[in-house]
Design a protein around this ligand. Structure first.
Ligand SMILES: Cc1ncc(COP(=O)(O)O)c(C=O)c1O
Length: 271
């Protein structure tokens, strides 16, 4: 267990966390210390160097939004435990779609989990799950929470219905289906010599390098009926521009195959 003290905290973040988490640090007046992406040894070395009595907070995502890769939750939890650090995990891209009953990947590993209702659950708004002491503390000290209106009953009804569905056996089949579609798409890309980075989830980047290439490719797949956004700096590093493809349960195998064809044809047409 970790106690909240008056001393300033040290917040250690995976370099590739989502902009919203960096904004959270800025709003809290905290300058985060960054560890190399998914590099638990680097995090451990940095934790050893932290001085002072303040809380050590580690902030990461379980599925990274632009690469579709996963954090090693077991290793992160072990390092945090060994160093008295409080582990917070953003499960935006795991809630509902990964883990047992769609509970995400940090279940039982993190001290605090946050997630959004806006992705797999099809609603909007977000949640934080932690010990009741931490939740009460956040309710009473988080100004963004205190000074904003609660979600509407319509949204909460939709979210509640989605949460009821998650543990049902047919939803497990849906989760497997989405994973299979993503794997099929990755195989197509890789067989055609394209780079899908470290993706192992429903988020599959097709890394093409230059900004102009990513934009032209996005336009050409759109003309073929597919929406795949070009992601460019500062969201990704220069030279790592990409199409960000996200598979969902209503996609069909035929659509995945047709998208792959549209991407290959677009790549062939780019000078
Ligand atoms: C990792 C991550 N966290 C948080 C958010 C924010 O979620 P919302 O748009 O529901 O506020 C996103 C949204 O894109 C995200 O990718």
């Amino acid at each position: 267990s970790v106690a909240v003290t008056g001393a300033p905290p040290t917040v250690l973040v995976d370099k590739l966390i989502h902009a919203s988490l960096y904004h959270g640090c800025a709003a809290a007046g905290v300058r985060p210390v960054r560890f190399r992406h998914n590099d638990v040894s680097h995090l451990e070395a940095l934790l050893h160097k932290v001085e002072g009595a303040g809380l050590k907070i580690v902030l990461t995502e379980s599925v990274f939004s632009m690469d579709g890769d996963r954090a090693d939750m077991v290793a992160l939890a072990a390092v945090c435990r060994a160093n008295g650090a409080f582990l917070c995990v953003d499960e935006a891209h795991a809630t509902g779609i990964l883990g047992e009953d769609g509970k995400g990947l940090a279940d039982g590993q993190a001290d605090l989990v946050m997630g959004t209702f806006s992705k797999a659950l099809g609603g909007m708004g977000a949640f934080v799950a932690s010990s009741s002491a931490v939740c009460r503390w956040l309710e009473n000290s988080g100004s963004g929470y205190i000074y904003s209106t609660a979600p509407s009953p319509m949204v909460l009804g939709a979210v509640e219905a989605a949460l009821d569905l998650l543990p049902r056996p047919e939803m497990e089949r849906v989760r497997v289906r989405v994973a299979d579609l993503a794997e099929r798409f990755r195989r197509h890309m890789q067989a055609g010599g394209l780079d899908t980075g470290p993706s192992s989830t429903q988020i599959v980047p097709v890394v093409v390098g230059r900004e102009e290439t990513a934009l032209a490719l996005s336009r050409s797949v759109e003309a073929a009926g597919f929406l795949a956004i070009a992601i460019r700096p500062p969201t990704v590093p220069p030279g790592a521009c990409r199409l960000r493809v996200v598979l969902h349960a209503q996609h069909t195998v035929e659509q995945v195959d047709a998208l792959a064809e549209a991407i290959f044809s677009g790549v062939r047409d780019i000078p």
